[in-house]
Write a protein that binds this ligand. Structure first.
Ligand SMILES: C[S@@+](CC[C@H](N)C(=O)[O-])C[C@H]1O[C@@H](n2cnc3c(N)ncnc32)[C@H](O)[C@@H]1O
Length: 239
């Protein structure tokens, strides 16, 4: 994976602004309803907005991760953006692992149904489990990832669990992206990472002042991106 230098940030922002490749998904993401596996129409809720869906799309297109780990599927909107991007350069089963314990019980499989409808399921392996047990199992099974998108339980403790476990399966140079990072427990997790996680370097897409203003005023920077630059080798004392 290439290191995210300043010149890449510029390239990224330009691509994000002018990207027209996701117009089909943008329409779906802005819809009011979606369709479950049984064909029932249900309200479309909790999804990433289309602007951030496109953000994920562009990030994946630029970095071309061989393997993607995604926590939190709901109705499959973020999954569709990630899968659409990955499908442009790779077709490989299990290259995109998605974890959600409530896909059938709460979401009536609307997420997996959407990917299948859009013909974006080829790379996907879906795991119906809590991330705090599913990710360690993936690690034990030898899986490694180049990209992780964390959008599951937003409680601080669960977000930290996702951070620790996802970092352990992330390759050096890999990206980890947190959604809703200005809200809920996630905002505290991001502060913790910034202060103590030396092995994760935050990628800022604008200067500190603009970034802070955007975060404070309209939550536009809800996605926070880190690149793994080293292994977490702190000892028990945190040093
Ligand atoms: C905000 S929604 C995800 C939205 C989705 N990423 C999108 O943009 O379309 C949060 C999801 O996390 C799932 N979730 C809740 N607790 C979880 C856990 N412990 N592990 C994994 N997923 C969890 C929920 O079932 C829900 O689907």
């Amino acid at each position: 994976m290439q290191m995210f230098e300043k010149s890449l940030v510029k390239e990224f922002l330009l691509y994000w602004k002018n990207c027209r490749e996701t117009e089909d998904l943008d329409k779906i993401a802005q819809g009011k309803t979606t369709v479950t596996e049984d064909g029932n129409r249900v309200e479309l809720t909790w999804q990433i907005n289309f602007r951030y869906g496109r953000f994920l799309f562009v990030l994946v297109k630029m970095f071309e991760p061989s393997t993607i780990l995604e926590v939190g599927m709901a109705n499959g909107i973020s999954s569709a953006y990630l899968a659409k991007a990955q499908n442009t350069y790779l077709k490989e089963k299990n290259a995109h692992v998605i974890i959600d314990p409530f896909q059938s019980s709460q979401w009536f499989n609307a997420g997996t149904a959407l990917l299948k409808r859009l013909d974006l399921y080829e790379n996907v392996r879906f795991v119906e489990d809590y991330s705090l047990s599913a990710i360690p199992q993936l690690e034990k099974d030898g899986h490694r990832f180049d990209f992780a998108f964390i959008d599951g339980s937003h409680c601080l403790d669960h977000t930290l669990s996702d951070l620790v476990t996802a970092d352990r399966v992330l390759n050096i140079g890999g990206l980890i992206v947190f959604d809703d990072s200005a809200d809920f427990g996630v905002k505290y997790a991001v502060k913790y990472i910034d202060k103590y996680r030396y092995n994760l370097r935050r990628i800022r897409f604008d200067n500190n002042l603009v970034h802070a203003l955007r975060e404070m005023t309209n939550n536009r920077r809800r996605l926070t991106v880190y690149q793994k630059i080293a292994i977490d080798d702190r000892g028990a004392d945190g040093i």
